[in-house]
Design a protein around this ligand. Structure first.
Ligand SMILES: C[S@@+](CC[C@H](N)C(=O)[O-])C[C@H]1O[C@@H](n2cnc3c(N)ncnc32)[C@H](O)[C@@H]1O
Length: 465
């Protein structure tokens, strides 16, 4: 076993520049939050036009992305990191600027449609909001309250205030106060293990703010006690805390009809369905990889097929085309449609015909024996939903069948779960659904409350009256 002196001397000499922790391999571990910040950031970068990464460290996370918008800028305050980041990012076409993280950002208002930051020392929300374009996104993983408090306490004693700073709820309030809408917030506590005292010396030299006056000379006695404890009892355990926040700067909400006389078009309202469709387009592969039908859905399609008998079904929002294939195996003819080109491409590649069709604006055609919309109408707002329900009635023969599923609940919400990108959902209750169906010329054959994997669903079968 290596001596205390040896472990401390080695860790005291090694370079701690940059944000690479590979030196700790086999000597310290830290659990990862499940949201995969680097990958989620890369997806956002691939869609952005101008991106700013604040407090980039040595540029390690930004360098992982691989694809960058035409304008990508990173800032860093600490000169040794600045040099590492410049060396790493300039060859990738990313400009690195020195910025202290405290003064005003050296950019004009509305310069970036994506601002990112991993583990910023602090966030100047007013400045972040100022440099974002309307409709732009701030995406950041941050250190949460009392992170690694067990380790700091060994050196500095108990800190009752540790849990009061860096709180996610404060970040949410600050973002809101600067006019941003928080569209995602997740928190995690992550177990960290230090297997030798050298790993602790290394981390305290690198993360200088954990024990601000740290030096091996000053804390030699404490380090020796820690070494003895680890030798006697096993790894030193601490807990890191992290949160993920995504906030959007609202786009100006101007009516599309207010066209200026001098010819310049005013900016249209961004329909959440468009954002949701952009997510499906970007994350289609991920959606397909994670898709597994609920057993209740199989039973639902069986009952739908029985009600239809035989004939042609128009499927709205076919996605992977799984439902269409299932119904064809049961003898029905299915017309596959979707508003996401990536899904159309997948269905075409599978050897099926598939048509790009946006249910908000495109003619549904017909008359068909039935219309199916599984997990599709839940993306529409209530007016759009009512309109599609009415037009679906006009697209079936008398006695034709309509099957659809929506999520059960109140209001509407953005979520990033499953695809790591925003999708908008409108929730429904039984009573208003029944009322709209009745008004639109549908007679409900069954309305089932399905438990679902994470949220409850409503499965509806109806016939044209
Ligand atoms: C949750 S997925 C469900 C896909 C498929 N029906 C299934 O159950 O696997 C939602 C689908 O609705 C489609 N979609 C969303 N908005 C749409 C619109 N306005 N018009 C047509 N399809 C739309 C998406 O492209 C996506 O394929």
């Amino acid at each position: 076993m290596r001596s205390f002196e040896d472990l401390v001397a080695e860790a005291d000499e090694v370079s701690v520049e940059g944000w690479d922790f590979s030196w700790l391999k086999g000597r310290a571990t830290e659990e990862r939050p499940g949201w995969g910040y680097a990958r989620a950031m890369a997806i956002r970068l691939s869609r952005a036009r101008a991106a700013l990464d604040l407090q980039t460290g040595g540029g390690e996370v930004l360098a992982e992305a691989g694809t960058y918008p035409p304008v990508t800028v990173a800032t860093e305050a600490w000169p040794p990191n600045l040099a590492v980041a410049t060396g790493r990012l300039h060859p990738l076409g990313v400009t690195v600027l020195s910025h202290d993280g405290e003064s005003a950002l050296p950019f004009a208002d509305g310069s970036f449609d994506l601002v990112t930051s991993r583990h910023p020392v602090s966030t100047d929300w007013a400045e972040v909001a100022r440099v974002m374009t309307p409709g732009g996104t701030y995406f950041s993983q941050q250190v949460g309250p009392a992170s690694m408090a067990e380790l700091s306490e060994v050196f500095l004693g108990p800190s009752p205030d540790a849990g009061r700073s860096r709180r996610p709820e404060d970040a949410r309030a600050a973002a809101k106060a600067c006019g941003l809408d928080v569209i995602d917030m997740q928190t995690r506590t992550l177990r960290a293990e230090f297997h030798d005292v050298g790993a602790i010396v290394y981390i305290l030299r690198k993360c200088v703010w954990w024990v601000p006056d740290f030096s091996t000379d000053r804390y030699l006695d404490t380090l020796r006690k820690l070494h003895q404890q680890i030798t006697r009892e096993g790894p030193f355990i601490a807990h890191a805390s992290r949160f993920l926040i995504e906030a959007r700067k609202p786009a100006p909400r101007v009516s599309v009809t207010s066209r200026h006389e001098h010819g310049s078009d005013s900016e249209a309202v961004v329909d959440p369905v468009d954002t949701t469709l952009a997510t499906y387009q970007t994350a289609a592969r991920r959606y397909l990889d994670t898709f597994t039908p609920l057993p209740a859905l199989v039973t639902f399609l069986d009952r739908f097929a029985e009600l239809v008998g035989d004939g042609t079904v128009l499927e709205l929002g076919s996605g992977s085309g799984w439902g269409a294939r299932y119904l064809e195996d049961r003898g029905l003819t299915v017309i596959r449609t979707d508003a996401t080109q990536a899904f159309i491409d997948v269905m075409l590649a599978d050897g099926h015909q598939a048509k790009l069709l946006d249910i908000r604006t495109d003619d549904l055609g017909g008359p068909y024996a039935a219309v199916l919309a599984d997990a599709v109408l839940l993306h529409l707002n209530r007016n759009q939903f009512t309109d599609v329900i009415t037009r679906a009635r006009g697209a079936v023969v008398p006695g034709g069948v309509f099957a659809f599923t929506v999520k059960e609940g109140d209001g509407s919400a953005w979520t990033q779960t499953k695809l790591d990108l925003p999708r908008h959902f409108t929730y429904w209750r039984e009573a208003p659904l029944l009322e709209i169906l009745d008004r639109s010329g549908w007679s409900v054959a069954s309305l089932d409350h399905i438990r679902g994997r994470t949220e409850p669903w409503l499965y509806v079968l109806a016939r044209a009256t």
